[in-house]
Ligand binder design. Structure first.
Ligand code: DWN
Ligand code: ZN
Length: 387
């Protein structure tokens, strides 16, 4: 297998085994046709690349389609995050948002009088955005770029760039569609945060890359997109926002410091991470094994939880159901583990003894609204424990 950025041969440093599509919530009659692939991460050994990536990623059409299960608007905190980001975009700018999902960010940009177009390949969420009166093209960015010619002030992407395997093709089109003083700003989960917290469940089919400032800098520079700023974000379990410019100017002090810290991460860090993943799996199983007879449910049917549940070999015997506020997930089964997904009301009406916090990245929002829950929370990131 060749590195998707530089073509160097890559090898996995660990495997999570066979995995289903992370957002492939399914009905009982679909179980027999459920699709699996091997989830195994690798780090490119080429020193001028070093990209963290999956060995294998299912075809995009298996992941992003008319039944895409993740809707950005399910988190009020994320809505506030996008509102704050929109405040930093110059009013009246011409903007393209790649992967706009249900239009949560676009709405805030529109409120800033920006002339925006969203590009979203998952047709169901694109329709939701269109119904809000937003201009959204229901297609992959590469399709859009084939005919697009107008240069814009900003190209924005949140939790999207790390999903797209053809990073060179994307960079080329983004560079072409930006005005000479335009900016390409995107954010994604941050690799050093994942290593630090052993948040191994950030690794799943959609996340074909896990970026750091160093790998972003090296991947985009050959296409004339220069990394000039990086800003840590507290969302999605630790993210980084990258600002790239067609103009090659000195990076900020924050960027220089970040690059220096990243340079200190040794190759052994990945072997140690792999060891900690298997320790974490044992600890999760040991903890659940001690709760015999108690009612244990999951909270938040996240994409991340697909990795955790399948890697740990958990199913309906260990976790009765997973409560989630997203209507399209309710009544279905979680991918691979086949744990039933139930509505949030079910959780509220009959509290369990234990709730395993699968949406751990939304802990602050969830704790603020779950003050009446008298059971105990089980966490597994950053540590396994009962809170
Ligand atoms: O990159 C991606 C990120 C942005 O979103 C995608 N690849 C897919 C998705 O990942 P995820 O599914 O791990 O995202 P979340 O935001 O951690 O998912 C939270 C889930 O929990 C949603 O299904 C909604 C649900 N939820 C809930 O039931 N009650 C969320 C909150 C905040 C709640 O209070
Ligand atoms: Zn490479």
């Amino acid at each position: 297998m060749q590195c998707r950025v530089c073509n160097t041969e890559i090898h996995p440093f660990m495997t999570f085994g066979q995995m289903p599509i992370a957002n492939g919530f399914l009905t009982a009659d679909q179980i027999k046709d459920e699709y699996f692939y091997e989830l195994a991460p690798a780090v490119c050994g080429n020193v001028i690349c070093g990209m963290f990536q999956l060995m294998e990623q299912p075809e995009p059409q298996r992941m992003f389609h008319e039944n895409y299960a993740f809707h950005t608007g399910t988190s009020k905190y994320m809505d506030a995050h996008f509102k704050a980001w929109a405040q930093r975009i110059a009013p009246g700018s011409h903007v393209i948002e790649i992967g706009c999902n249900d239009g949560t960010f676009l709405q805030h940009l529109k409120a800033r009088y920006c002339d925006c177009v969203g590009i979203e390949p998952a047709k169901n969420v694109a329709l939701i955005a269109q119904a809000k009166g937003l201009r959204v093209r229901a297609e992959f960015f590469q399709e859009f770029a084939r005919t697009a010619a107008t240069q814009v002030d900003y190209i924005l992407a949140a939790n999207v760039m790390c999903h797209i395997p053809d990073i060179n093709g994307m960079a080329k089109e983004i560079a072409r569609l930006l005005k000479p003083h335009g900016q390409f700003i995107f954010e994604d989960p941050y690799l050093p945060d994942m290593l630090r917290q052993t948040s191994f469940d950030q690794i799943y089919d959609e996340h074909v890359f896990m970026f750091s400032a160093s790998t972003v800098k090296r991947a985009f520079a050959p296409h004339g997109l220069h990394l000039i700023r990086c800003e840590p974000q507290p969302v999605h379990g630790g993210s980084m926002r990258y600002t790239l410019s067609p103009v090659n100017m000195p990076g900020t002090k924050g960027l220089e410091d970040t690059l220096e810290r990243e340079a200190a991460i040794s190759k052994n860090a990945y072997w140690h991470f792999a060891e900690r993943c298997s320790e974490r799996r044992e600890a999760i199983n040991a903890l659940l094994g001690k709760l015999n007879g108690a009612k244990v449910v999951g909270y938040g049917a996240t994409s991340k939880s697909t990795t955790m549940l399948n890697y740990c070999g958990l199913g309906p015997n260990e976790i009765q159901y997973i409560a989630d506020t997203t209507p399209i997930k309710q009544g279905k089964l979680a991918p691979g583990s086949h744990i039933p997904i139930r509505s949030y009301e079910e959780f509220m009406l009959d509290y369990p003894d234990f709730a395993i916090l699968l949406a751990w990245n939304h802990a602050a929002e969830i704790m603020a609204k779950e003050k009446k829950f008298r059971g105990r929370w089980i966490t597994y990131v950053p540590n396994v424990g009962i809170q």
